[in-house]
Ligand binder design. Sequence first.
Ligand SMILES: Nc1nc2c(ncn2[C@@H]2O[C@H](COP(=O)(O)OP(=O)(O)OP(=O)(O)O)[C@@H](O)[C@H]2O)c(=O)[nH]1
Ligand SMILES: O=C([O-])CC(=O)C(=O)O
Ligand SMILES: [Mn+2]
Length: 598
Amino acid sequence: MPAPNSSVAAFVAEIAALCKPAAIHWCDGSEAEYSALCARLVSEGTLIPLNPAKRPNSYLARSTPDDVARLEHRTFICTTDAAEAGPTNNWREPVAMRAELNTLLDGAMAGRTLYVLPFVMASGTPIEMFGVQVTDSAYVAASMHIMTRMGADVLARMEGKPFVRCVHSVGAPLAQGETSSSWPSNPTHKYIAHFPETAEIMSFGSGYGGNALLGKKCLALRLASVEAHKSGWLAEHMLIVGLESPEGEKAYVAGAFPSACGKTNFAMVEPPEDMKGWTVSTVGDDIAWLFAGPRGELRAVNPEAGFFGVAPGTSAKTNPVAMDMVGHDCIFTNCALTEDGDVWWEGMGTPPDRLIDWQGRPWTPDAGRPAAHPNARFTVRATNCRTLDANWNAPEGVEISALLFGGRLSKTFPLVFEAQDWAEGVLWAATLSSEATAAAEGQADIRRDPFAMLPFCGYNIADYMAHWLAFKDKLTVDVPIFRVNWFRKDENGRFIWPGFRENTRVLRWVVERARGRVEARSGLLGGLPRHEDLVNGSGSIDAARFDILMASDPDEIRAELEGQKRHLAGMGEALDGPFAPSYRHIHDRLDAAAATRH
Ligand SMILES: Nc1nc2c(ncn2[C@@H]2O[C@H](COP(=O)(O)OP(=O)(O)OP(=O)(O)O)[C@@H](O)[C@H]2O)c(=O)[nH]1
Ligand SMILES: O=C([O-])CC(=O)C(=O)O
Ligand SMILES: [Mn+2]
């Protein structure tokens, strides 16, 4: 516990006076504390212990059906000036929003324990950020144990330093003698509110990870992006992965794909059989903080300490590293439960004859509904991952050789192409689009998701894009930018590219390009791999199918460019100027190709 006059103690006292919890627990971050939290959650029915012979020290949680994903329409950026939040965020005036939330928070923790979680993101790095989350959810406290570096040591280290005030309540006060439901949340009021001017986050009504683990999307992306804009770095929705050659040469790549588009899978991809001697290592699977290093090189750190990953689709075949990682010491949420006390989800393999589905109902393979929620998740410590990189914790971060941006697109976009230069790369990132995912509620079928940051950029997206364009000036070491797309489909609606471990070939090509060791042939969109360079004798995809995978239809591209321009216009006219030269280049390539064909 801090000295009673410290700003942390004052913050906790203020929130406790407002929320009126029955007890206050200062989290020390110990193993014993984690076990006690889990035991309490088992006794309250929130966690179901899994069969220890199958999955030691692991649990299943089931949320209510209305609390399964991030709530973008209830996520707010609260700034004095609405223009600061920009066209992509829901804006609220901070004084009015705080008043509204304070009314809801008054007595909101009655009958519950208020947990105090001192935590740090990107611990020990030059850009570390401290936070203190108070929460009335033991599930959130246990999850923060896994996902962040937190506890007594962090509290001691943050004394006298600025920290983000993070208030979270599930909004389900208990009357005298009333016991908690297994997934407390508020059915009518939900808010995820950010106050960048005062470094505060207030989250009410939801227990779901993306809404409730405030170190993650709320601090490490929304508030950190504001801080990064001010201080000359970048807070990004990116994985970080390392690739080491058989000769022991190593390079790291960071990549932004929208939610549920493959970051976790790519971050721990296992090289295919014929790539013997190549090693992939994992630094991060969701968030990267990027900054310029002393040599003008691009560096990255993963601010988190755990993985909160999508379970469905994960199998021994598609992601053996993740399957191994979630084999013990794991909290699962909204997966199905087997008769022998293990978890199951769609895509794991043949379903058992009988299951209990994610809502606790009996399920059989002919039920006509998924057994696990499509956004069912696992929560594990990074140290569970057998491919964890030796430098994952390094305070100086790792040097990034290339950047990737990729969405889930069934047409138009090839497996991979390299942007001509930084500005063109930023353009392809700014206009990134993807087909629907399950990680957010209520989104359109296809949406533009600039930098995979649409739901996470805490300030005006036009300023964010300008910040990206200008960031190049901090780098003297060139960092090429690539677009990737694992999800292109053929005329029968099947994925053309096998994906998963095969994606290692794309990673290798990207790294070789960054080193200037392999040629790219010029395509309409940018530099493309030659078939022989990508498959490298493996026969993973034949030349004819590869051509289909890599082809660009000029009419589709022209339509795409029109769509991009409409999207950019909707984000503020400041964008007309900076991208104009890149658009001229792309149109020139299209015109030249049309001229040679006629
Ligand atoms: N076809 C295909 N599917 C993939 C590939 N990589 C990942 N997926 C599927 O895409 C879904 C999401 O993958 P994740 O790796 O969890 O996505 P993510 O970007 O980490 O998601 P968030 O945690 O929501 O940010 C899963 O169902 C995967 O099975 C791939 O290369 N090909
Ligand atoms: O925040 C979440 O719900 C999980 C996540 O990683 C994302 O949606 O990108
Ligand atoms: Mn994510």
